[in-house]
Write a protein that binds this ligand. Structure first.
Ligand SMILES: [Fe+2]
Ligand SMILES: [Fe+2]
Length: 308
C-alpha cells in the first residue's frame, strides 16, 4: 500500500526529529571522548546524522511542507545517561529504531528519488550501528570488526563486473554466514530461554530465509545472470520482474528479522555468543539490504527499457 501525503510527511518529520536528536547527542558526547579512534567514529556518526537531517528537510520541502524544527525526546533521554559506554549503546538503540522505521516506510514510497535517499540513510545507519556494536562485542573476529569498520570500495556498475562482485561479495558470503547464524541462534535460544529478553523463533526464521535465499540465488546464477552477461534482450524483463518480487519478500523478512532480534541489539548482560549473534544478524541484514539494492537499482535498470 502506498503511503498518503500527510502520513508520509509525519513519518519524515518524526525521522527528522530523531536524527536531530541523534546529531546533538553525537556532537555533545564526542566532546568528552579522549580516545582518538572513538572520537573519530562518533564525529563521523555526527556528520552522518546532520547529513540525513538535511536530506529529510529537503525532501519535506520538496513535498511542499515546512520541516519540523523540534528535537526528538531521545536527546534528553540519552544525555541523562552519564556513563559514556552506556550512552553510546543507547545511541545505537536509537539508530536501530530509525532502521526499523525506514524498513517499514521505504517499501511504501513510490517516488524513486525519495526511495533512493531513504535507502542511503538506511545503509548508513546499518553501517554505523555495526561499527559501534563491534566495539562492544569482544568475541567478534578481527575480520568481522575490520569489515564493520572499513568502508568498502564502491561496487562496479558494468554488468559483468557487477555480477562477479555480487556473486563473491554477497551470494558466497550469505552461503557461508547463514548456517553459522542459525547455529548461534539455536544455541542462544535454548541456553537463554528464561532470559527476560529471550529470543524466540529467530533460528526458525533464519532457516527459512536461508532456504529462500538459496533458491533465489540459484535462479539468478543459473538463469538470469547468464542471460544478462550475454547482453540486453527483451526476454530478460520477465525474470527480472520475478526477482524484484522476491526481493520485496526478502525485505519483508528482513523487517521481521530485525524486529525479532530486537534490532539485533544484545541486552546489557548478553554473553559473547549472543553478542556475536547480534553482530552477525546485523551484518547479514546490512549485506542483504545492499545486495538487493545493487541488483534493483544498479544492475536490473540497465536491462529494463522503462527504467533507464
Ligand atoms: Fe543476488
Ligand atoms: Fe537477488
Amino acid at each position: 500500500m502506498d503511503i498518503e501525503g500527510t502520513e508520509l510527511l509525519s513519518a519524515l518529520n518524526e525521522l527528522l526529529e530523531a536524527e536531530r536528536a541523534g546529531a546533538r547527542v553525537a556532537m555533545e558526547t564526542g566532546r568528552s571522548i579522549s580516545a582518538p579512534d572513538l572520537a573519530a567514529l562518533i564525529e563521523e556518526i555526527h556528520k552522518d546524522e546532520v547529513r540525513w537531517c538535511n536530506m529529510l528537510m529537503r525532501t519535506i520541502k520538496t513535498l511542499g511542507a515546512t520541516p519540523s524544527s523540534a528535537t526528538g525526546a531521545f536527546y534528553g533521554k540519552a544525555m541523562a545517561i552519564a556513563d559514556l559506554d552506556d550512552r553510546l549503546k543507547f545511541l545505537n538503540r536509537g539508530q536501530a529504531w530509525v532502521v526499523r522505521k525506514l524498513q517499514v516506510l521505504i517499501p511504501r514510497i513510490t517516488d524513486p528519488s525519495a526511495r533512493a535517499e531513504l535507502n542511503g540513510m538506511l545503509q548508513a545507519h546499518h553501517h554505523n550501528i555495526g561499527r559501534v556494536e563491534a566495539r562492544y562485542a569482544p568475541g567478534l573476529s578481527i575480520e568481522a570488526i575490520a569489515a564493520a569498520q572499513t568502508q568498502e570500495p564502491p561496487a562496479p556498475s558494468e554488468p559483468s563486473a557487477l555480477i562477479n562482485h555480487i556473486l563473491t561479495r554477497f551470494h558466497e558470503v550469505h552461503r557461508q554466514q547463514l548456517p553459522e547464524l542459525i547455529r548461534l541462534a539455536s544455541a542462544v535460544e535454548s541456553v537463554h530461554a528464561d532470559h527476560a529478553a529471550a529470543l524466540r523463533g529467530l533460528a526458525a526464521l533464519l532457516k527459512s530465509m536461508h532456504a529462500e535465499l538459496l533458491q533465489h540465488m540459484e535462479k539468478e546464477e543459473d538463469i538470469l545472470f547468464p542471460m544478462l552477461r550475454r547482453g540486453a534482450n527483451p526476454f530478460v524483463v520477465h525474470p527480472i520482474g520475478v526477482m524484484r518480487t522476491e526481493h520485496d519478500e526478502h525485505a519483508e523478512r528482513l523487517a521481521e528479522l530485525t524486529a525479532l532480534a530486537s534490532d539485533a541489539t544484545p541486552p546489557i548482560d548478553a554473553c559473547t555468543t549472543w553478542r556475536q549473534l547480534c553482530a552477525g544478524v546485523r551484518q547479514f541484514a546490512d549485506d542483504l539490504q545492499r545486495h538487493i539494492q545493487l541488483e534493483n537499482d544498479v544492475l536490473f535498470p540497465q536491462f529494463e527499457p522503462d527504467r533507464r
